[in-house]
Design a protein around this ligand. Structure first.
Ligand code: NAD
Length: 274
């Protein structure tokens, strides 16, 4: 099926890499005009060029309210409206124990992971309320659902994104503006290497290794992919989900259902009387 976003205009933050880049490709293939917003200018521009006339790149640091507002305005000025806002930009940091927390670590995480989503919803919803339609999608994480999938600040920020999604779905629903979240499981992208201090090229070179490592990280016996998340975002962006708002959709191969069944059985075996 194609054309599921025909005539729609989307802004995607964090679109120069990983989940955001794949979503930009899928949204464009489904007929959307797409504004790619990111701090990685060369890569963002290259992907926009690759997608052709209905894609544009704009430098956007999502921690800056004015820059997020400018990206939304750019979409409206260029394509005439805004139907989809995908607040997806994110990053990871090595985080230790709470006793090791430094104030700058708080700002580095929360400003991007929560602030970027908040500013995105603020600016997109102003346009969408006037249109009386729109779909806002926020990238959360399994780390926002359960404990043990990420660092303290990362996990707390992602949990806040899930609740923010519900709060604003309630506020904006009466204006026919939907707000939903996606909680990806383990998806091989540059975020892991970047979080460990690598540059983008080195972090991307790590992806095939992550893919092998993640194959057994969840019940479904394969690694997740950026395309899995992009397909979920496409559904939430499209009219097929027009009665869905306030949800957080895990796309995690069953990771958040708990330990693998085979692991639980092995543990039971270890506990069984001789
Ligand atoms: N990969 C996973 O396993 C996974 C799991 C759960 C959630 N997520 C979330 O998915 C989202 C996308 O991550 P990804 O895995 O595709 O990583 P990625 O590193 O491939 O892409 C993240 C993008 O966000 C951009 N970005 C970072 N800070 C920014 C800022 N201040 N302003 C604008 N852009 C900024 C980066 O430049 C990059 O292009 C993130 O919110 C991440 O937390 C990822």
């Amino acid at each position: 099926m194609t054309g599921r976003l025909e005539g729609k205009v989307a802004v995607i933050t964090g679109a120069a890499s990983g989940i955001g880049a794949e979503s930009a490709r899928l949204f464009a293939a489904e007929g959307a005009s797409v504004v790619l917003a990111d701090v990685q200018d060369d890569r963002g521009q290259r992907i926009a060029d690759e997608l052709g006339g209905n894609a544009r790149f704009i430098h956007t640091d999502v921690t800056d309210d004015a820059q997020v507002g400018a990206a939304v305005q750019f979409a409206v000025d260029t394509f005439g409206r805004l139907d989809v806002m995908f607040n997806n930009a994110g990053r990871g940091h090595p985080e230790g124990l709470i006793s090791d927390l430094k104030p700058e670590m708080y700002r580095e995480s929360v400003d991007v992971l929560l602030g970027g989503v908040l500013f995105g919803i603020k600016h997109a919803s102003a346009v969408m309320k006037a249109q009386k339609s729109g779909s806002i999608i926020n990238t959360a994480s399994v780390a926002g659902i359960g404990v043990g999938y990420g660092g303290t600040l990362y996990s707390a920020s992602k949990a806040a994104v899930i609740h923010l999604t519900r709060v604003l779905a309630n506020e904006l629903g009466e204006e026919n503006v939907r707000v939903n979240a996606i909680a990806p499981g383990a998806i091989p992208t540059a975020i892991f290497g970047r979080g460990g201090g690598m540059d983008q090229d080195a972090a991307e070179a790590l992806i095939p290794i992550l893919q092998m490592g993640f194959a057994k990280a969840q019940p479904i016996p394969r690694s997740g992919s950026t395309h899995d998340i992009a397909e979920a975002a496409l559904w939430l962006a499209s009219d097929a989900s027009s009665f869905v708002t306030g949800i957080c959709l895990p796309v995690d191969g069953g990771m958040t259902t708990g330990k693998l069944f085979s692991q639980r059985m092995a543990e039971l075996g270890a506990m069984a009387p001789a």
